[in-house]
Ligand binder design. Structure first.
Ligand code: 18C
Length: 256
């Protein structure tokens, strides 16, 4: 069959064989499966989720969690590691397209406003990469960096997800220079629907998005500043990213 260059690079519908023989495969598979399941669970039945941003179809919830910076145990007046859960609905783009733009490093600088630098540390497979990123510094805290694997997969029909999770690499040691290493677990899970009996088109598809994120700042950061930053940055990210994907897809053939 004939593929355009762009179609070949879309998230593959099945796990890439090169991933399943990589040392990180068991961890990538386990954490991705857990994260995708949790992303679709919603906030309805669970206690402690607090709505903090709402705009159109977008809802953002957080849970207050503070942990001890040494042991990672829960603690009062510790380091802020509030989990975030966001729900959104976007018309005119598919789950696969959403995940393509989130996963593929070629587009990252176009929608990710917190970035200072991004390096591809390892290409594990077509569906899995390892990244090193540095972020813009927030006064008065030290600059942060992160090292994480990123994996995109189809999890069921019309459902794709990207999971990012911190890892280590001897060539990128933590806390050895200007940056403090932060730890991140992020999942963008997307599910596309369209009317039964119809073919999917830009005019009849809707994609539901669940974005979950837990960031451990990795060292001291003032709690008030940190909560103010994420309260501003998460809504900004999700609006900007989804608008970006809608714009990119507008005149392209649909990729379901
Ligand atoms: O998921 C997102 N992006 C992915 C691709 O980049 C990937 C990234 C994960 C890293 C998230 C951590 C970002 C920390 C940024 C800190 C600096 C922000 C500077 C902004 C000021 C201009 O999965 C989208 C990610 C959207 C990020 C929203 C911000 C979350 C902030 C969480 C707290 C960070 C602690 C920083 C410590 C210093 C604070 C005083």
């Amino acid at each position: 069959s004939v593929h355009t260059r762009d179609q070949v690079e879309l998230p593959p519908p099945a796990i890439d064989n090169r991933l399943t023989v990589h040392p990180l495969w068991p961890e990538i598979d386990r954490i991705s499966t857990e994260q995708i399941q949790a992303a679709f669970e919603g906030v309805g039945g669970e206690i402690g989720w607090q709505l903090f941003a709402e705009e159109g179809d977008m809802r953002m919830y957080r849970r207050y969690v503070e942990t001890d910076s040494q042991s990672g145990e829960m603690e009062v007046d510790g380091m802020v590691t509030d989990p975030l859960k966001a729900m959104h609905k976007v018309r005119g783009v598919t789950a696969r397209e959403m995940c393509h733009y989130f996963f593929n490093p070629r587009y990252r600088y176009e929608w990710e406003t917190t970035l200072e630098t991004m390096t591809i540390v390892e290409e594990i497979a077509s569906d899995s990469l390892v990244f090193h990123q540095t972020f813009k510094r927030i006064w008065p805290a030290s600059q942060r960096d992160a090292l994480f694997w990123s994996h995109v997969r189809q999890s069921s029909e019309n459902t794709y997800a990207v999971t990012n999770h911190s890892t280590t690499n001897a060539d990128y040691p933590a806390n050895n220079g200007a940056c403090i290493r932060l730890f991140v677990t992020v999942c963008l899970a997307c599910h596309t629907t369209y009317p039964a009996g119809e073919q999917p088109t830009r005019d009849n598809i809707t994609t539901s998005i669940a974005y979950c994120s837990t960031v451990n700042p990795g060292g001291w950061a003032p709690a008030g500043v940190l909560r103010a930053v994420y309260k501003r940055e998460y809504p900004k990210f999700l609006k900007r990213f989804t608008n970006y994907v809608v714009e990119q897809c507008r005149d392209k053939p649909i990729a379901i």
